[in-house]
Design a protein around this ligand. Structure first.
Ligand SMILES: Nc1ncnc2c1ncn2[C@@H]1O[C@H](COP(=O)(O)OP(=O)(O)OP(=O)(O)O)[C@@H](O)[C@H]1O
Ligand SMILES: O=c1ccn([C@@H]2O[C@H](COP(=O)(O)O)[C@@H](O)[C@H]2O)c(=O)[nH]1
Length: 236
């Protein structure tokens, strides 16, 4: 039995690189797809946002002289590439998906609406929300919180390469310790950078719980859906 009926799952674009330096690692993509199928088989309604950091980020483009808005548009297109890859991987496992884009680009995907998203999820299709919010100066974390709130998800799951929220970035500080639970306010007070603050604030204001967990370990998504406390819960 799954503990959540409807989820918004944010997948890190950067993690999709696996061992590579750039782009999509097919093994990692296949592992993600298999994990998603496992929870779909539990009857969970699934909406997904995937980042674009494995391909392009507007901010890093700007630091190399790109116009920020164009760079962000390139980043949003990167999320569309990843969404199509995930859609294809899920469909190769016999699942149905619907790629919804925040910017009109038919026939690559359908223009997003809440009604289309809910219709798909209720039919058992995986709704994949691409191109973030459709606006520059945002991230897919914010796109995830926006979609989670819109589709009335029970939780926003942030699947990443660390196993939760720590007192400091665990990839940089080996003495950092992990929280099992934390409040939104504590994230601000401690200046923790696991998610951008716009996304955190949207979730706080709309009472959307966030669960951060390590999605790169196969089987973890099912553990989260089964109620195993393997990550960090962010709540009021
Ligand atoms: N206090 C903290 N606790 C946990 N992780 C932290 C913390 N501070 C920074 N991080 C970092 O946050 C990162 C979150 O990773 P993730 O790849 O999901 O980021 P992202 O920018 O949302 O990805 P993408 O843009 O590729 O989708 C991890 O790399 C982790 O090292
Ligand atoms: O709403 C959005 C979402 C994303 N972007 C741009 O895309 C890249 C990739 O997204 P990540 O969240 O970093 O994975 C991001 O760096 C932005 O440049 C955007 O402009 N608006």
């Amino acid at each position: 039995m799954a503990i959540y009926k409807r989820i918004l799952l944010k997948i890190s674009g950067e993690s999709l690189m696996g061992e590579k330096q750039y782009g999509i690692d097919e093994t990692r993509l296949g592992e993600y797809a298999a994990q998603i199928k496992e929870i779909a088989d539990m009857g969970v309604q699934i909406g997904i946002v995937i980042g674009g950091g494995n391909i392009f980020r507007g901010l890093s483009g700007a630091s190399k002289g790109f116009d920020r808005v164009k760079g962000d548009q390139m980043g949003m297109l990167a999320t569309v590439i990843n969404s199509l890859a995930l859609s294809s991987a899920l469909e190769s496992l016999g699942m149905k998906t619907r790629v919804l884009t925040a910017i009109r680009m038919e026939p690559i995907g359908e223009f997003y609406s809440k009604a289309k998203a809910i219709e798909s999820m209720e039919r058992g299709e995986v709704a994949i929300f691409s191109a973030g919010t459709g606006n520059p100066f945002f991230t897919t974390d914010t796109g995830s919180s926006l979609r989670a709130i819109e589709i009335e998800a029970d939780v926003m799951l942030k699947g990443t390469r660390v196993d939760g929220i720590y007192t400091a970035d665990p990839e940089k500080d080996p003495t950092a310790t992990k929280f099992d639970e934390i409040t939104y306010d504590e994230i601000y007070i401690r200046g923790l950078k696991v998610m951008d603050l716009t996304a955190t604030t949207m979730c706080k204001e709309n009472k959307m719980p966030i669960y951060v967990f390590d999605m790169d370990t196969v089987g973890n998504l099912k553990k989260v859906m089964s109620g195993e406390k393997i990550g960090t819960l962010v709540k009021l």
